[in-house]
Design a binder for this molecule. Structure first.
Ligand code: ZN
Length: 212
């Protein structure tokens, strides 16, 4: 009798444990779906400057949008310019890396520059953003972490584009250079990043790095 009772208790415990494990697995899966695995680049961009240095390089509006994730006013002067721009390339205003070209540009009528894809996908990061009380996918410059805007899917405005996606980008985050123009210079890596890279390369080659 006692043995059977012990067995019952163990059985109930196991059932509960299994239930709890199942629940926590589901919760982990749900979270995993919502939070894409952060890549090292997401955590630490290649180019890192102090806030004071970014402020020196950018206008107040560029700083607010790219470094503080603000949103520019829709249908502003920059949007009107964007609508008139012809063939060309759009570079990151902060670090100069290529992000979009006029080939992926389309007229969405939303009031912000719209592209259906990034010209160089490896330069644009996407991550889930829960700010402003909604779930959106934020887009950032992979090289310097600049906030660019958001990407939306399944809307009627982008239904006729090859990707059916709308990269809704703040115009102030972009540096437009018309076709045939000179690309902006890439912002140098910080000294700390350069030193780290040297160490990584040396480590791979099996060389001891001499530190001062
Ligand atoms: Zn950048």
């Amino acid at each position: 009798m006692r043995a059977s009772r012990t067995f019952d208790i163990l059985y109930v415990m196991n059932k509960n444990t299994l239930f709890l494990i199942a629940l926590s697995t589901l919760s982990v899966l749900a979270n995993a779906e919502d939070k894409p695995k952060p890549t090292p680049e997401m955590i630490k961009p290649e180019v890192t400057l102090s806030e004071a240095d970014w402020k020196k390089r950018l206008t107040d509006e560029q700083y607010a949008v790219t470094r503080q994730a603000a949103t520019e006013r829709p249908y502003g002067a920059i949007y009107e310019e964007f609508e008139k721009q012809g063939e060309g390339t759009y570079y990151c205003i902060c670090c100069g890396v290529e992000l979009f070209t006029s080939k992926e540009k389309f007229h969405s009528g939303c009031g912000w520059p719209s592209f259906y894809d990034a010209s160089t996908a490896k330069n644009v990061l996407e991550r889930v953003d829960h700010s402003a009380g909604m779930r959106r996918v934020e887009t950032l410059c992979k090289r310097c972490g600049a906030h660019l805007g958001h990407v939306f899917e399944g809307e009627s405005v982008s239904a006729n584009t090859p990707t059916k996606r709308r990269f809704c980008i703040n115009g102030v985050a972009l540096n437009y250079v018309e076709k045939g123009g000179k690309a902006p210079e890439l912002l140098e890596l910080t000294n700390a990043a350069v030193e780290k890279k040297k160490e990584e390369v040396a480590k791979e080659a099996g060389v001891e790095v001499q530190k001062p």
